[in-house]
Design a protein around this ligand. Structure first.
Ligand SMILES: [Zn+2]
Length: 218
């Protein structure tokens, strides 16, 4: 379920606007300069994937709009940006469980003349999907494509990577470029994702929005 403390859906006529406030925290070892640069890059990435397209819920148009708070410490929604490459994760599946660790890339690593590399933020739109209440739409499989757990407990009782794990596979009918798969390229929110978000937010699209469209076509 989306966290309705920070996510709101408002309908005006046949347009539904979903707003979300995202809280960022500067991770350990990150300079103010890199933090600001990362937030800027993450915002752009989120805008391109979630704000630019126009989505639909039944016959209504849906627009997403994000606001941002920086250094919002000690808040249940805080996301910590880390200045390294890694696997970004976010809980995001229940009220007050939208915290996360977002890895934004090797900022500050040699990029020539001391220039930082551009933050690497491909996973930001995926983590926003979690923020909006979506779960991962993939699972771990072995080399043959059969489902396996991603991690297992070894003989010492530690949680380790499953030696049989080979790659991730999207759920049935979920495309490779779907934002809740694990896309390195150009993630795209799918209609099934939008339907799930809006249904969870409990907002409806009245039947007359469908009727209006029919009338206009005549
Ligand atoms: Zn995920």
């Amino acid at each position: 379920m989306p966290n309705q403390d920070v996510i709101k859906a408002v309908r005006r006529g046949c347009l539904i606007e979903v707003t979300d406030c995202i809280h960022f925290i500067k991770g350990p070892g990150m300079s103010d300069y890199d933090f600001n640069k990362s937030v800027k890059a993450v915002k752009k990435r989120i805008k391109d994937v979630w704000e630019a397209p126009e989505f639909k819920w039944k016959c209504c148009k849906v627009k997403f709009k994000f606001e941002y708070v920086k250094d919002a410490a000690n808040d249940a929604d805080d996301k910590t940006l880390h200045p390294k490459r890694g696997r970004s994760t976010q809980e995001g599946l229940g009220p007050s469980k939208s915290t996360g660790n977002w890895f934004v890339g090797e900022i500050g690593q040699p990029g020539g003349a001391g220039l930082p590399l551009e933050p690497d933020v491909p996973s930001a739109p995926h983590e926003v999907g979690h923020e909006l209440g979506l779960r991962d739409k993939y699972h771990a499989v072995d080399a043959k494509g059969d489902p396996v757990p991603e991690q297992v407990v070894n003989k010492d009782g530690d949680l380790v990577n499953n030696p049989k794990f080979d790659h991730y596979k999207p759920e049935a009918n979920y495309p490779l470029d779907g934002v809740m798969f694990d896309p390195p390229g150009n993630p795209i929110p799918q209609q099934v994702d939008i339907d799930e978000i809006l249904a969870n937010l409990g907002i409806d699209c009245p039947d007359n929005c469908c009727e209006e469209k029919v009338t206009k076509k005549k």
